[in-house]
Ligand binder design. Structure first.
Ligand code: PLP
Length: 417
């Protein structure tokens, strides 16, 4: 480690951690979200580096055989191997724990690695899971696959908390949902569902990718675990993959154990990119929100558009719930064209909005869930869940909103050749 030659590196780590915990405690009490997004978790180590260094190393050198044995047995805390613990990743984890209002967090190499590790931390063979029927395609597929591990999953519409109550079994251990749900933008009442689930002693896990802790804090609303695709808004620039799990210290301790063996650790460079992204999260989210609202209003009045689903519009059936549990509607919009046959021409005519499956980055991205992100969901189920062939998902970027609207307008007017 730079600047550590000739010093006791363990006591330096311990001192830095203590100082840094004090900073977090101070920040949590006094500072606002933007301040914490920038400063929380940051270690200004011996060189005085203002930004967190990238500790691009796989193993860490032991001082002696006795030291190795102390670390390996857990008698002493310290860095051993980056699959388990890395100082750059630790900064990301502490920052995310603070922002989500969690005791601890764990970073993983992708959102799916985080969801997978969190699910396997929460359930075992013989357990039952309740999952919302509208969730990201790969998460849906993961839940379908759980039956190969002896875990039964029931897909229901969690936007009605009564459905959660009715789907409960003696062995239900986990209730999972996204709010807003990808791609239909349906909301689930986090507090109402958490109250039901906790009465029955199970765990509530919320995928908070679309909102980020800037607009929604599921843990303060009653959920037990939050997961993220950090690939999206948290990183915000579409240049790396990452995932986050946040929850109680005990839960994260056990998730770390599971995740270390799964091996989905994030690289130090990806952690660094996500740390950098989070520092501008509040201003980016405000602009995504502002642009999305303008785009939603434009689409709403267009005669080639059947309907627009955006939680920031008063027409959204759960507009009031959105106002209650979030402080912004975010940058994601779903809309339906009048005729599914026009979709390929519309998508191919766009010049600025990019046809791509990710979301939450600087550029506006558009995709067709039925043939792209949710193609894995069987058609009859997909249609029943509201992911119709006419539905388009738009991740509104940070460009000048006039340019985004002009591009959508010219593509909507392009006629089939
Ligand atoms: C809501 C949601 N959760 C999880 C994921 C999976 O994240 P990743 O692609 O980082 O594995 C995605 C990906 O699009 C997503 O949209």
């Amino acid at each position: 480690m730079p600047g550590m030659r000739g010093r006791d590196s363990d006591s330096c780590i311990a001192m830095a951690k203590e100082k840094f915990k004090r900073t977090i405690r101070m920040n949590s009490k006094k500072s606002g979200f933007s301040t914490r997004a920038i400063h929380s978790g940051e270690k200004h180590e011996e060189t005085g580096s203002v930004t967190t260094p990238i500790y691009q190393t796989a193993p860490f050198k032991f001082k002696s055989a006795a030291h190795a044995s102390d670390l390996m047995s857990g008698r002493e805390k310290g860095y051993i191997y980056s699959r388990g613990l890395n100082p750059t990743t630790e900064v990301l984890e502490e920052k995310m724990a603070d922002l989500e209002g969690a005791e601890a967090a764990l970073a993983q190499t992708t959102g799916m690695a985080a969801i997978c590790a969190a699910v396997f931390t929460s359930v075992k063979g013989g357990d039952h899971v309740i999952a919302d029927e509208v969730i990201y395609g790969s998460t849906y597929d993961l839940f379908v696959e759980l039956k190969n591990f002896g875990v039964d999953v029931t897909f229901i519409d969690t936007s009605d908390p009564q459905n959660v109550e009715e789907a409960f079994r003696m062995n239900t251990r986990l209730v999972f949902f996204e709010s807003p749900a990808n791609p239909t933008m349906k909301l689930t009442d986090i507090k109402a569902v958490s109250d039901i689930v906790h009465e029955k002693g199970a765990t509530v896990m919320v995928d908070n990718t679309f909102m980020t802790p800037y607009f929604q804090k599921p843990l303060t609303l009653g959920a037990d675990v939050v997961v993220h695709s950090a690939t999206k808004y948290l990183n915000g620039h579409g240049d790396t993959l990452g995932g986050i799990i946040a929850g109680s210290a005990d839960y994260i301790k056990s998730a770390k154990h599971t995740a270390k063996n799964f091996g989905g650790s994030i690289t130090p460079f990806s952690s660094w990119l996500i740390i950098r992204g989070i520092k501008t999260l509040p201003i980016r989210m405000d602009r995504h929100n502002q642009n999305a609202m303008a785009v939603a209003k434009f689409l709403k009045g267009h005669d080639k558009v059947e309907s627009v689903i955006y939680p920031g519009l008063p027409e959204h059936p759960q507009f009031e719930l959105g106002r209650k549990q979030t402080s912004g509607a975010g940058g994601m919009i779903a809309f339906l064209l009048n005729d599914a046959k026009n979709i390929p021409v519309f998508l191919d005519s766009l010049k600025l909005c990019m046809l791509a499956v990710s979301l939450g980055e600087t550029a506006t991205l558009i995709q067709h869930p039925a043939t792209m992100t949710h193609a894995v969901v069987p058609r009859q189920d997909r249609i029943r869940y509201g992911i119709s062939d006419e539905l388009i998902r738009l991740s509104v970027g940070l460009e000048d909103v006039r340019d985004i609207i002009d591009d959508l307008e010219q593509a909507l007017f392009t006629e089939k050749p």
